[in-house]
Design a protein. Structure first.
Length: 295
């Protein structure tokens, strides 16, 4: 598909969604009579198309469109105004993600539904901040990623996928949380999102209450065995079991690697506001879902 066709396909989908969204939420619509107004569907299309052509900063996207596609977007504003509009569109990007998840095909190439869940850091800064500088209700705060041995300031993305045998897993949901949040409470909050079958989680999801509540929804939770004060090492059977669980978790590890390579979602070092952070994250999740729909 050439770039013009790709741009048109993204615009048509986004335009239909935005029109539907404002039909339901009319009071949120900008009714400015300004003839030079650059509409929300155009703002979103430009940025999503920018990610499509492997550009990830707002400046890169703006410069590229002005240089190569100005005929398609003659009213695109100057860079600072464009950046401001993107930040204001964070609710629309979130709503687009919800819409795409609702229409996501979760059919699988394996008979049994096997799901995996995990989280990944979204790093604004590798330097943590003083707690006095952070409000208790802030989405952005200090956290620690044990797999990367990384203390950081930012947020955390939580994703569950349906595993596939011969292709990339299919995402069930995405949840954004502060970096300090433990994985388990997020999973508990979204317990009704899981499909009947098996759920593979790492040691962070070990909880009898969580396991019992999943069983009520016909979901079997499988975790690796965790060492404790009374259990200092694994026996051979437990080692084999943990390796088996780890092998089933490869689907979500592959998915994360693909998502991070596709969208650079972990690199949010240029973010300067919560609205900017929300736009940054949800624009990338929306693009991920569009990509999975072969757009």
């Amino acid at each position: 598909m050439n770039r013009y066709n790709s741009l048109i396909e993204i615009f048509l989908l986004v335009s239909d969604f935005v029109k539907s969204y404002f039909n339901k939420n009319f009071m949120e619509k900008n009714t400015s009579p300004n003839e030079n107004y650059f509409h929300d569907d155009e703002v979103m299309t430009v940025y999503l198309f920018g990610i499509q052509v492997r550009l990830h900063s707002v400046k890169e996207v703006h410069d590229y469109i002005c240089s190569h596609f100005k005929d398609c977007f003659p009213k695109i504003p100057e860079y600072h105004a464009f950046n401001y509009r993107l930040n204001k569109c964070h609710k629309l990007f979130k709503a687009l993600c919800d819409h795409l998840f609702e229409n996501n095909d979760l059919s699988t190439d394996i008979k049994e539904v096997v799901q995996s869940i995990d989280s990944f850091p979204i790093v604004v800064s590798k330097k943590t901040r003083k707690m006095s500088d952070i409000k208790k209700d802030d989405l952005l705060n200090n956290g620690y990623c044990s797999s990367k041995k990384l203390y950081y300031y930012g947020g955390k993305g939580h994703i569950a996928i349906v595993n596939q045998e011969a292709s990339l897993g299919k995402p069930i949901f995405f949840e954004l949380a502060p970096a300090s949040n433990h994985d388990l409470p997020v999973a508990k909050k979204l317990i009704h999102e899981f499909k009947k079958g098996t759920l593979i989680g790492d040691k962070a999801y070990i909880s009898k209450q969580f396991k019992d509540n999943l069983l009520k929804n016909d979901v079997i939770l499988v975790n690796p065995i965790k060492l404790s004060k009374n259990k200092k090492e694994y026996d051979e059977t437990e080692k084999i079991y943990n390796r088996a669980v780890s092998s089933r978790r490869q689907s979500i590890e592959i998915f994360f690697a693909w998502l991070i390579q596709l969208t650079k979602i972990q690199k949010a070092s240029f973010i300067r506001s919560v609205s900017g952070f929300l736009f940054f994250v949800y624009s990338r999740i929306a693009f991920m879902l569009l990509k999975l729909q072969h757009i």
